[in-house]
Design a binder for this molecule. Structure first.
Ligand code: MG
Length: 334
């Protein structure tokens, strides 16, 4: 998919426009100081333990704005509705959109609705776009980075991770994908796993107030494995993580073992990974942990210039290369 997009979409478009352009393939573009992003949601089923397509469509776009160090301002919402779709379900989803937007302090200011014939959409698809302006705390954050090392970028982004940085995960990984998969396929595990779908803007604002963050990204499609490989490739660094340190809930781990899925490759919708200069890492971590959605946050690894790619120290003390996922272990989860 990445290769196809690069070759047949991005090459054809004016891909170097803006401070963070399309060609950077980052979470959002930065144009004239404005963070701008878009995402389409085709999750199946529309309602699942811990959330629904409405929560996802707001949280996903809000999170892609705030990982750039921007404060989300306003969203668009476009719905493609299959003819005959339940009015009651639509009302529930719009309610979810409204509540999630309120909780993230953003407003839906424009939108579109299209009804298509039976079979042309699987119930409901949603697209949201969003804009955000530079966070009031981003300059302070970057100043704190510059006390530790040289740092040229004006925004934290995929290519601004540096050797020595500490990698923090904001909470347990894998919950969203496993919640979707086990609910959809009806595996009936003893414990119901809930999705983590949630806007992360206030957690990220709190972390920026502390400062020292060099990059942030939400481990959505392709999970932590994909995220770390993108950072390693775009920042020309190596990233070493520790299996022991990875926060994973027991029920998620059990489900992954039974289904033969690598928790590192599962998409999350309410988690962020941060690269932080080491002198600030403990303070950023304790700030994240003081919030309910960040209570399982952990330092999971560090950045090195000694190798390239992503490597994991396993439980048994061995080392394994963490490859970017081939294909999608759990499709249609967002
Ligand atoms: Mg993202």
């Amino acid at each position: 998919m990445q290769e196809f997009i690069r070759k047949f979409v991005i090459e054809e478009l004016d891909h170097d426009f803006g401070e963070i352009p399309l060609s950077a393939l980052d979470d959002a573009a930065i144009v004239d100081g404005i963070a701008f992003t878009t995402d389409s949601y085709t999750v199946k089923p529309l309602f699942f333990p811990g959330g629904d397509i409405g929560v996802l469509s707001v949280a996903g776009t809000v999170n892609d704005i705030c990982v750039m160090g921007a404060k989300p301002l306003a969203l668009s919402c476009a719905m493609i509705i299959e003819e005959g779709f339940s009015e009651e379900d639509l009302q529930r989803i719009v309610k979810s959109i409204s509540l999630t937007a309120k909780s993230a302090d953003v407003r839906i200011v424009t939108g579109d609705t299209k009804v298509v014939e039976n079979g042309a959409a699987d119930g409901l698809f949603i697209n949201t776009s969003g804009i955000g302006r530079r966070s009031d705390h981003l300059d302070h954050n970057i100043q704190m980075v510059r006390r530790s090392r040289e740092f040229k970028p004006n925004w934290p982004n995929d290519s601004s991770v540096g050797p020595g940085d500490t990698i923090i995960a904001s909470g347990s990984i894998g919950n969203h994908g496993i919640a979707l998969l086990s609910f959809r396929e009806g595996y009936g595990f003893d414990t119901v796993v809930h999705s983590d779908a949630k806007p992360l803007n206030s957690l990220i604002e709190d972390a920026l107030k502390i400062g020292g963050i060099t990059a942030m990204k939400d481990p959505t499609r392709g999970g932590v494995a994909n995220l770390l490989n993108e950072w390693a490739e775009k920042s020309h660094v190596g990233i070493k993580i520790s299996e022991e340190a990875l926060p994973i809930d027991d029920e998620v781990l059990t489900a992954c073992e039974m289904l033969g899925i690598d928790p590192l490759e599962i998409g999350n919708e309410g988690k962020v990974l941060m690269a932080v200069v080491p002198s600030m890492a403990d303070e950023v971590l304790s700030t994240i942990r003081s919030r309910p959605e960040g209570r399982n946050a952990a330092i999971i690894g560090e950045v090195s210039k000694e190798f390239s790619g992503v490597m994991m120290e396993t439980h048994t003390g061995g080392k394994r290369v963490v490859e970017p996922p081939v294909g999608d272990p759990v499709p249609r989860i967002c």
